[in-house]
Design a protein around this ligand. Structure first.
Ligand code: GLV
Ligand code: GLV
Length: 307
């Protein structure tokens, strides 16, 4: 029997399976534990079930010397110092695959909403600004026949491609190992959708030079990680009309404060990091995280190790 610290309210069936075999210390709140509380509660844990808001680093490992496994409730592991974990022989797991369609759905929802100005139209109606029909009212972008450029060709990027194809779009992609060079994709795409993990190489992958390369009428969609985009450059590109709009599910920081300068940019649509937020997906993610912990605490390899 080991001791597992779960760092957030966890109302999923998987919790029972974990409790049947181990002692669970649950931080039963939707808000994250303050850092000092996290360090203190982790001190005698054998394993951690973490959320992307927790920085899992040398400081935390030092404070929690018995920890031998970390199961992240996410596919992304940029909140975890993987090198440091490997050095200490700590197993790290994630939740790939189960959130692929849900995340691609949010990316496509942002694309359609931006192109057809859905949120903007809803605001008009509620604000009493719905004018009688006229030929140029709320005109926006097409999908059919337009080019969707996908940056990153993992599961989620490919699921986004299938959605684009279903809508009659011409899909191109750019990744480290296949597709066209990023420069070419930026010059050709009417919609650029980001699906890379956040790493040292992808940090600020989209900066001033990249926005300049995009077509003036093009849109950016980011459901990957906020850090992949240079937000100062994005704000300038939107304000100057260099690109037509941007739809973001991820930002730096999260939550984005209402007075963040980015929010003053025109044609910007932001939703609060809800890519994997479907009932079934979150429950499957919980299952995978618990499977990872049960295996690691039994001395077996995790079924879903973060590579
Ligand atoms: C959420 O952003 C995830 O990485 O699963
Ligand atoms: C994540 O699931 C990816 O490979 O895109």
């Amino acid at each position: 029997m080991g001791k597992v610290l779960i760092t957030r309210a966890f109302p999923f069936a998987a919790l029972k399976r974990l409790e049947a075999e181990h002692e669970v210390d649950l931080w039963d709140d939707n808000a994250p534990p303050p850092r000092d509380v996290l360090l203190e509660r982790a001190a005698n844990a054998d394993a951690l079930l973490t959320i992307i808001t927790e920085k899992v680093d040398a400081e935390l490992f030092d404070a929690a010397p018995s920890v031998k496994a970390v199961a992240n409730l996410a596919v992304g592991t940029d909140n975890i110092d993987l090198e440091e974990a490997a050095k200490r022989g700590i197993a790290v797991g994630n939740t790939p695959g189960v959130l692929t369609d849900a995340t691609a759905d949010i990316a496509f929802a942002l694309l359609l909403n931006l192109a057809r100005r859905v949120s903007e139209g809803e605001r008009q109606v509620r604000d009493g600004e719905w004018a009688p029909w006229y030929p140029t009212h709320m005109i926006g972008g097409d999908t059919a026949g337009m080019t969707l450029g996908i940056v990153g060709w993992g599961r989620i990027g490919q699921a986004m491609a299938r959605r684009g194809e279903g809508f009659g779009m011409n899909v191109i992609h750019s990744s480290r190992s296949s597709g066209v060079p990023l420069e070419e994709l930026l010059e050709e795409a009417d919609y650029v959708s980001l699906h890379t993990p956040l790493t040292a190489e992808t940090r600020h992958l989209m900066g001033a030079a990249e926005f300049k390369r995009m077509k003036p009428g093009a849109y950016l969609i980011n459901t990957a990680r906020g850090g992949v985009v240079d937000q100062v450059a994005l704000r300038e590109a939107l304000s100057s009309g260099e690109i037509a709009g941007a739809g973001l599910d991820v930002t730096v920081p999260e939550p984005l404060p209402p007075d963040d300068p980015l929010l003053s940019a025109p044609n910007l649509l932001v939703v609060p990091h809800v890519g994997s937020a479907t009932i079934r997906t979150r429950s499957r993610m919980a299952d995978m995280a618990v499977d990872n912990l049960l295996a690691a605490l039994a001395g077996r390899p995790m079924p879903h190790p973060a590579s």
